[in-house]
Design a protein around this ligand. Structure first.
Ligand code: CMP
Length: 143
């Protein structure tokens, strides 16, 4: 059983897509164990995007992600990291396939609606950046 960090970015929140996005992960059968609407700090944003530090789009990325509220979530399930990334779709708007979240709703690479952890190590670091252990709830799941 894996956990992943998913986040509806400011563009997704402003477009009213939180419900649409959550519905997809619920229907797939993943379990939501933590969620909150937050306006992240610059420090949280820099830690979240640490692998992009030094890239030409880093400043723009940090400014964008701190420009408004994001909806931060932790989801649990078998292979949730790889499966949720395939449901999210490719980063580039031109490559995101129809049927994926980005393929269905995003036109620009910079406004690509949602973030998903890319590995168990990233998931652990990203979850700890936004949630305390007490904020993650365990409960039984209908099959
Ligand atoms: P994401 O993969 O969620 O996190 C990094 C983000 O940087 C990415 O989504 C894009 O929104 C944004 N970005 C902007 N330019 C680029 C680029 N050239 N390559 C990758 N990501 C980019």
């Amino acid at each position: 059983m894996e956990r992943t960090f998913l986040m509806v970015k400011p563009d997704g929140v402003q477009r009213g897509l939180i419900g649409e996005i959550m519905k997809r992960f619920e229907r797939k059968g993943f379990q939501l164990i933590g969620a909150k609407l937050i306006h992240m700090t610059r420090q949280q944003a820099e830690l979240h995007y640490q692998e992009h530090l030094g890239k030409d789009f880093f400043e723009k990325l940090v400014n964008f992600i701190t420009s408004g509220p994001v909806f931060a979530m932790v989801w649990q399930g078998d292979d949730v990291i790889a499966l949720s990334r395939s449901m999210i779709g490719k980063t580039s708007a031109l490559e995101a396939a129809p049927g994926t979240i980005r393929g269905d709703f995003a036109v620009h690479t910079n406004l690509n609606l949602i973030h998903g952890s890319d590995s168990p190590q990233s998931a652990q670091r990203e979850i700890a950046n936004f949630f305390t252990a007490e904020e993650l709830l365990t409960y039984s799941k209908a099959v």
